[in-house]
Ligand binder design. Structure first.
Ligand SMILES: Cc1cc2nc3c(=O)[nH]c(=O)nc-3n(C[C@H](O)[C@H](O)[C@H](O)COP(=O)(O)OP(=O)(O)OC[C@H]3O[C@@H](n4cnc5c(N)ncnc54)[C@H](O)[C@@H]3O)c2cc1C
Length: 443
């Protein structure tokens, strides 16, 4: 049966779903509020290259991506650093966000779908508690299903009847408030560690967040300052000064800068209603530690299209098959990470300095997690394991809270994995409350 489906937003999640649904013969229209050439960010971000084959999509053309740069993690006091282990070439890539959007639009059209740019959706059409269409500047249009892929600040979630328990907005501490800016490189200056282009400062200046300073090409320096819960102009100025003090490449000569928000929490408890489903950031389906949601949004879009191909109808009960699969396959793992992240961001920065510089993690250990197969795989010697256990036992102020946190994270994961199998409003409301508490998210 051919259904009429609206996808709100040309993000990766909605686009991946739109591509597969159009290929399956559905009448799919994507509504994107931005102009064609302004859709997506004007910069690059990192993803695994195999996400396209995993989601059964062709690889974009080579002008859309390049090899991911090398990263160095730096302790809050800038005294210690650990290079991220190398991966085989092109296993992880840096994609041009606008090129990626153009790629998706082309794929959807090629599959028989429509993409309308400069077409903001202002609201949902709801009749008898069921979503039956959308509102745009052109008027009302009826659809069998509305896929909400409009991002973390979706204007649509909050319009759903309360009985569906769909959270309207993320709580403040679930959002990384950021400022991303691009500068000229200081002439002749080098990166913090020679040969490593990207530097990530964890809990930069002791704050709950991160900052990075990356060399892109010969002359461009990419800066991100991100803080959980809020970022004032003063925070930006202070962080920029500190980054300049430690990164000689960072000049004051700016190309452009803009404020951004990154979704940094576990999946919302419920993302379906009759005639409505959320994918990607609009369902908070990001990996909560780094906010990397491109891959997870694509996986969610593919999962949704698979469930529809398997015959799920567009009622909340039918779409529940997508939601439970998401929670079991990805959401539960993300819940685990979310609890760890909330704890780590509140840990005394001195403890993190110690983790970096106290001998617990050494550069040789990092080779163990590398998937680069070019050399012989190293082993961790027994002597080194005993040394690490000794170090941890000698630091109970970090070790015992960390163990407690892992236990809480496992409970959150288990709760997410035990999502009610069948759609039952009462059971779901009870489970949603418990899941939110286990995440530590005061919705
Ligand atoms: C600074 C920064 C760095 C990041 N780095 C990475 C990274 O390295 N790796 C990674 O995987 N992820 C990264 N992310 C996160 C990533 O951008 C998101 O998780 C991902 O894009 C979410 O995809 P999505 O499908 O939910 O759609 P989104 O990308 O959120 O897109 C939503 C789309 O909906 C449109 N829209 C919104 N409202 C409406 C409306 N009312 N009507 C019509 N259209 C609408 C928007 O214009 C937009 O095009 C980063 C994000 C930021 C801000």
């Amino acid at each position: 049966m051919c259904a009429k489906i609206a996808v709100v937003g040309l993000g990766q999640g909605g686009a991946c779903a739109a591509y597969h649904l159009a290929r399956a013969g559905h009448d799919v229209t994507v509504f994107e509020r931005c102009a064609r050439e302004e859709t997506g960010y004007d910069w690059q971000d990192d993803i695994r290259a195999d996400i396209f084959s995993l989601c059964d999509m062709p690889m974009p053309s080579e002008d859309v991506y390049e090899q991911k740069r090398k990263w160095l993690f730096v302790s809050p006091n800038w005294q210690h650093s650990l290079p991220v282990p190398p991966l085989p070439p092109m296993e992880e890539i840096s994609v041009y966000r606008r090129g990626l959007c153009a790629y998706f639009a082309g794929q959807i059209k090629g599959a028989g779908g429509k993409v309308k740019f400069e077409a903001p959706v202002s609201g949902l059409l709801i009749e008898n508690d069921k979503v039956v269409g959308i509102r745009t500047a052109e008027g009302e249009e009826r659809f069998d299903l509305v896929i909400d892929a409009s991002g973390m600040r979706s204007p649509l979630r909050g319009q759903l009847p309360q009985k569906y328990c769909v959270q309207a907005m993320p709580e403040e501490e679930g959002v990384l408030y950021g400022y991303r800016a691009f500068f000229h490189r200081t002439a002749g200056a080098d990166t913090l560690e020679k040969g490593i282009e990207s530097t990530m400062s964890l809990k930069h200046m002791g704050k709950a967040g991160i900052s990075w300073c990356n060399l892109v090409g010969e002359d461009r320096v990419d800066v991100l300052i991100g803080r959980l819960g809020g970022l004032s102009d003063n925070d930006i100025a202070e962080a920029m000064e500190d980054l300049r003090a430690h990164n000689a490449i960072l000049s004051k000569d700016m190309y452009f800068g803009q404020r951004v928000q990154i979704c940094l929490r576990g999946t919302i408890p419920v993302g379906v209603a009759d005639g409505y489903v959320a994918v990607g950031d609009s369902a908070f389906e990001t990996m909560p530690l780094m906010g990397s949601g491109i891959e997870s949004s694509m996986k969610a879009g593919k999962l949704l299209a698979d469930c529809i191909a398997d015959g799920c109808d567009f009622s909340a009960a039918g779409l529940w098959s997508y939601w439970t699969r998401w929670m079991k396959e990805f959401g539960a793992g993300f819940a685990f990470i979310d609890v760890l992240k909330r704890w780590a961001l509140n840990v005394d920065p001195k403890q993190i300095d110690w983790v970096f510089g106290g001998g617990l993690i050494e550069k040789s250990d990092l080779a163990l997690v590398s998937t680069d197969t070019s050399g012989a795989k190293p082993k961790i010697p027994a002597k080194s394991i005993f040394k690490k256990i000794g170090l941890l036992l000698a630091r109970p102020s970090l070790t015992f809270p960390a163990i407690g946190c892992v236990v809480r994270a496992l409970r959150a994961k288990s709760c997410a994995a035990h999502i009610p199998k069948k759609y039952d409003e009462k059971k779901i409301a009870k489970w949603a409350k418990k899941y939110t508490e286990r995440l530590g998210a005061g919705a």
